[in-house]
Design a protein around this ligand. Structure first.
Ligand code: M6R
Length: 364
């Protein structure tokens, strides 16, 4: 049932192009976004003045990406919070608050508790989940299903991409309702997001640079992931993937924070994985790479195809196809997942069933 793959994690990474295609299927009809199952009251939705995205683990990281898009396109303030914190404080929730609960399994205890609490306080709750009829789906006012099919490996991979795609659609919808995006822009964004399925296929067709970089880092004790903007949000997920399956200590930082502490960690050969795709802050990221190199770090850069310059700065370069910055969240996550898996395999770990972890956390 692993379909010829050595483990479920790898099989599920190779299912990512399909996840993107399936999650987007039927969402654009005659040039308009389609969310029939939400039975949306557009007036109600247009009156939303605050969005909370509530989730745990990898799903929380998908939320971090979505915050950037929701605020950029709709100008509605959006906070992302881990469910176990949200449920025990007293967040500002009113009937014009939209709570978006993100959960692959749809049964995470803290996320469910947060949904219940938010509804009692009068918020509108949308669930984003992979499991039809799951508690998150049943207890939300509306649900958007990601179409990742069953995910067996404990480490979330394809479901993360499905979540990012579904949340991006929601951000587009809010942008449209608030006049931040025109219909033409929505169509263009949708098309470009759909194209990421092919970009992922291209990444999966040649993974040699990822394997080489992983080989160079496999014996390290620690690793740091840095980036800026969307790049920093992907780093959090890259670091989580690495630590959970390879037991290598990994941390993620917004690259601008390096001088405020983490740069003290660096010495000869310390692996620093940098998301250095072409983005509005590309030059700043290059400066961060130079600072790391000056301290002897081993730099692995995820970069945009055609960027020859970066070879002068990084020890290993993993190229990915050029996409609009917001969609690099989808494409750049793929090499980070493979990188984590390659290191875990090299260290002899069971990638599908990491120690101490369960696929869904149904108790606190
Ligand atoms: O099913 P959920 O999305 O609610 O699960 C939340 C986390 O437990 C989950 O994302 C976890 O962090 C991943 N399995 C890590 O790869």
């Amino acid at each position: 049932e692993k379909g010829g793959f050595p483990d479920f994690m790898l099989k599920e990474i190779y299912e990512e192009p399909r996840t993107i295609r399936d999650t987007l299927a039927g969402r654009m009809v005659n040039g308009h976004l389609q969310f029939d199952e939400l039975s949306l009251n557009y007036d109600e939705l247009a009156a939303i003045d605050r969005v909370y995205i509530i989730a745990c683990g990898t799903s929380y990281h998908a939320g971090l990406i979505a915050k950037n898009l929701i605020e950029a396109w709709s100008r509605i303030p959006c906070e992302v919070e881990v469910a176990s914190e949200f449920r025990y404080r007293n967040p500002i929730i009113t009937p014009s608050t939209l709570v978006v609960a993100v959960s692959q399994s749809g049964e995470t205890a803290d996320t469910l508790a947060a949904i219940r609490d938010a509804r009692i306080k009068g918020a509108k709750v949308f669930g984003i989940t992979n499991v039809v009829g799951s508690p998150v789906a049943r207890e939300s006012d509306g649900v958007i299903y990601i179409k990742a099919n069953k995910e067996i490996a404990v480490a979330a991979t394809k479901s993360f991409l499905g979540q990012v795609a579904a949340l991006t659609l929601l951000a587009m919808l809010l942008g449209q309702l608030r006049g931040g995006l025109t219909t033409a822009q929505i169509r263009m964004l949708f098309r470009e997001m759909a194209d990421t399925a092919q970009h992922i296929e291209q990444i999966l067709a040649d993974t040699s640079a990822i394997e080489e970089a992983a080989l160079a880092c496999k014996d390290a004790q620690n690793a740091l992931f840095i980036g800026r903007g969307i790049g920093s949000t992907i780093c959090y997920e890259g670091a989580l993937k690495l630590k959970e399956i390879s037991y290598l200590h990994a941390e993620a930082y917004a690259a601008g924070e390096m001088k405020h502490g983490p740069i003290a960690l660096l010495d000869e050969g310390f692996p620093v994985i940098v998301v250095a795709t072409k983005s509005p802050t590309y030059d700043k990221v290059i400066s961060n790479i130079q600072e790391c190199k000056a301290r002897g770090a081993l730099v692995v850069a995820i970069a945009t195809e055609g960027d020859e310059e970066i070879k002068k700065h990084a020890d290993h370069v993993i190229y990915i196809p050029k996409v609009r910055d917001c969609f690099s969240a989808i494409t750049a996550s793929v090499p980070l997942q493979l990188f984590a898996r390659d290191i875990a395999i090299a260290r002899g770990c069971d990638v599908d069933q990491p120690r101490n972890l369960a696929k869904s956390v149904t108790v606190e």
